[in-house]
Design a protein around this ligand. Structure first.
Ligand code: S3P
Length: 166
């Protein structure tokens, strides 16, 4: 069975996923990275050229492919992977899903200098994160098998919590 990590952009899914994969001796897969390899360009550039809807199509395809892989892996998903109902169903069916429940304030601080995330650009990243969370919190909760309280914690602390829970 795969392990999937879901949560807001910047909640530490990739870093924590890599740490867990190392501990459990599993392969680590970052869906955003696979998508970028497939597109041959950055997600930011793809968003700018083709728009979010086209990105969501690719994201859904890649996610299902990764979940259907026979070899178990730790999968870090994009923050919007839960937006499509079919993704939510697939994640729950084919993986054990951990929601990294972070505070928008913590993430905004962490992402201060990040320019790679298309949905986080603009005047007020904290408001943006709060808005995203309002829409997505119910979807993250609906998809997760486990909710991990990641507020005010570093990635090593969160990894340790997940190891104890899994
Ligand atoms: C997105 C989050 C990004 C990436 C894309 C869209 C989102 O992944 O998939 O930019 O909708 O929240 P991270 O959560 O890894 O930043």
């Amino acid at each position: 069975m795969h392990i999937s990590l879901i949560g807001l952009p910047g909640s530490g899914k990739s870093t924590i996923g890599r740490q867990l994969a190392r501990v459990w001796k599993l392969q680590f897969v970052d869906t955003d990275h696979v998508i970028e390899q497939r597109l041959g360009c950055s997600i930011k550039d793809f968003f700018a050229a083709q728009g979010e809807a086209a990105f969501r199509e690719v994201e859904a395809k890649v996610l299902v492919e990764l979940l259907q892989e026979k070899t178990a892996s730790v999968i870090s998903t994009g923050g919007g992977a839960v937006l499509r109902p079919e993704n939510r169903v697939a994640l729950r069916a084919w993986s054990t899903v951990f929601y990294l429940q972070s505070l928008p304030e913590d993430i905004a601080r962490r992402l201060r200098t990040d320019t790679s995330r298309p949905l986080m650009q603009g005047e007020d990243p904290l408001k943006r994160l709060r808005d995203l969370l309002q829409v997505r919190a119910p979807l993250y909760l609906e998809t997760a098998h486990y909710v991990v309280d990641a507020a005010r914690q570093n990635t090593a602390q969160v990894s340790r919590k997940i190891c104890m829970q899994a």
